[in-house]
Ligand binder design. Structure first.
Ligand SMILES: Cc1ncc(COP(=O)(O)O)c(C=O)c1O
Length: 374
C-alpha cells in the first residue's frame, strides 16, 4: 500500500539504487499538498475531490487532513471508502445514473448532493424522499472545445432539457443546483466561461435560486511536460461569481489536483531492432495513453550511466501477449538505450489506481514515496 513515509529524494535515485522487476509508482506528498494549496487559494469557493481519479488511501487521507470537507463519489464502493476514511465529509453523488438500491444506500450514507441529467433518473430521486437539504444538481452539457476528450457523449442535459429538470425539481420543493464537466485535461478557460454563461442564463430564465454551481473537474495536469496553467481558469471562474448571488461555487477536480503529485516508471525488459517491450502497458498503468497520448517522460539508465543526446524512434509495447498492447506513436529514445533502462513518466497520479487490470498476470507495481519529483 502507498505509504506517506518518504523513501527517497527523487525517483531517479531510487530507480538506480533499488529498481527491480516491477513498475514503480512514485508519490510525492509535498507536491499534493502544494497543488491542494493552489486550488484552495485560487478557486473562489469549495474545493472537493473526484475520488474516482485516485482512490489511494494515502491521497484521500492527506486531502481530508489538509481540510478537504467534500468528495465527489460515483458508486457505493466509493461512498463506503469515504465513510471509512473521512467520516463526516460531504459526499456528492455525482454519477447521474443510479439503481434504486444505490440510491437507498447513498441516502442512508447521507449524500448531500445528487447529480441528475434525465427525467427518469430525476423521478427516481424524487420518489426516494431524500432529506430536505439534499441538493438536486442538474448536469448541464454544452459542445465546448479545449479538453483532451469531452464527457458529453454519455452524461449531461442540453440547456432546454436542463431548464425542464430544474423546474421539475424546484416545483417538487427541492433545492436546485447546477453542475457540469468541461471534459478532462482542459486548458481552455473559455470552456468554463461558456458553461457559466449558460448556467447564469438558465438561472435568470427559470427564476430558480441556485444553492450551488459546481464547475466540475477537467482542470489540466502537466502531462505535456509544461506546467499546468490553473490561474487563468480560476480567474475566469471568479469573474462569474457575481452572476450567482447566494450560490456557493464548488469544484471537483480529479486529474488537475492529483496527477502532478505522481510519476510512474516502467522498465525496458527487451530491446531489439527498435522494438522495446516494457514491463507495463495499456492493460496496466499506461491505459490512458491510448486516448490521451504519452505523458512527458525521461529515460533513466538502470545503472546510472549518462545517456546519449542523439535519439531514435522506437516502438513501445506492453508485456502481455496481446498485439494491441502497444503505446501510440514511435517515441524518441536515446540512441544508446538498453534493456534494464527506465521510462519515467510525469503527471501520472490520475486514472491509474482502479483502472489497471491483472491481464496476463501483470498490473502490479511497487509504490515509493519521494520528497521531490524534480
Ligand atoms: C462528475 C465528475 N466530476 C469530476 C471528475 C473529475 O474529472 P477530472 O479528472 O478531469 O478532473 C469526473 C471524471 O470523470 C466526473 O465524472
Amino acid at each position: 500500500m502507498l505509504q506517506k513515509a518518504i523513501l527517497a529524494e527523487r525517483p531517479q535515485d531510487w530507480l538506480v539504487a533499488h529498481g527491480g522487476e516491477m513498475p514503480v509508482q512514485f508519490f510525492c506528498p509535498p507536491a499534493l499538498e502544494a497543488k491542494h494549496r493552489a486550488f484552495r487559494e485560487g478557486f473562489p469557493g469549495e474545493v472537493t475531490f473526484a475520488v474516482k481519479s485516485n482512490p489511494a488511501e494515502a491521497v484521500l487521507t492527506q486531502l481530508h487532513a489538509g481540510g478537504m470537507a467534500g468528495f465527489d463519489v460515483a458508486s457505493p464502493a466509493e461512498i463506503a471508502l469515504m465513510q471509512r476514511l473521512a467520516p463526516g465529509a460531504h459526499l456528492h453523488y455525482h454519477n447521474p445514473v443510479r439503481s434504486p438500491g444505490e440510491i437507498a444506500l447513498a441516502k442512508a450514507a447521507g449524500a448531500t448532493s445528487w447529480a441528475v441529467d434525465r427525467p427518469g433518473e430525476l423521478e427516481k430521486l424524487l420518489a426516494a424522499d431524500l432529506p430536505r437539504e439534499a441538493e438536486f444538481a442538474v448536469r448541464l452539457d454544452l459542445p465546448v472545445e479545449g479538453a483532451a476528450y469531452a464527457f458529453s457523449a454519455k452524461f449531461g442535459a442540453g440547456p432546454a432539457e436542463a431548464a425542464k429538470l430544474m423546474r421539475r425539481a424546484a416545483s417538487a420543493g427541492r433545492r436546485v443546483s447546477l453542475t457540469f464537466h468541461v471534459g478532462t485535461q482542459c486548458d481552455e478557460p473559455s470552456a468554463w466561461a461558456a458553461y457559466l454563461e449558460t448556467a447564469a442564463e438558465l438561472m435568470e430564465e427559470t427564476g430558480i435560486r441556485l444553492a450551488s454551481v459546481n464547475v466540475g473537474g477537467g482542470f489540466p495536469s502537466a502531462r505535456s511536460g509544461e506546467p499546468a496553467e490553473l490561474a487563468p481558469i480560476f480567474e475566469t471562474i471568479s469573474s462569474f461569481a457575481p452572476r450567482f448571488p447566494g450560490a456557493r461555487l464548488v469544484c471537483e477536480p480529479g486529474r488537475g489536483l492529483v496527477a502532478d503529485a505522481f510519476a510512474y516508471a516502467v522498465r525496458i525488459k527487451s530491446l531489439d531492432r527498435g522494438d522495446a517491450i516494457l514491463n507495463d502497458g495499456i492493460y496496466g498503468g499506461l491505459s490512458e495513453f491510448v486516448t490521451l497520448g504519452l505523458s512527458a517522460f525521461e529515460v533513466v539508465a538502470g545503472d546510472g550511466r549518462e545517456l546519449s543526446e542523439s535519439h531514435q524512434p522506437h516502438r513501445l509495447w506492453g508485456p502481455t501477449c496481446d498485439s494491441l498492447d502497444r503505446l501510440p506513436g514511435e517515441p524518441l529514445l536515446p540512441a544508446d538505450v538498453e534493456e534494464g533502462d527506465w521510462l519515467l513518466f510525469s503527471a501520472m497520479g490520475a486514472y491509474l489506481y482502479g483502472v489497471n487490470t491483472a491481464f496476463n498476470g501483470y498490473g502490479a507495481w511497487d509504490e515509493v514515496s519521494v520528497s521531490s519529483l524534480g
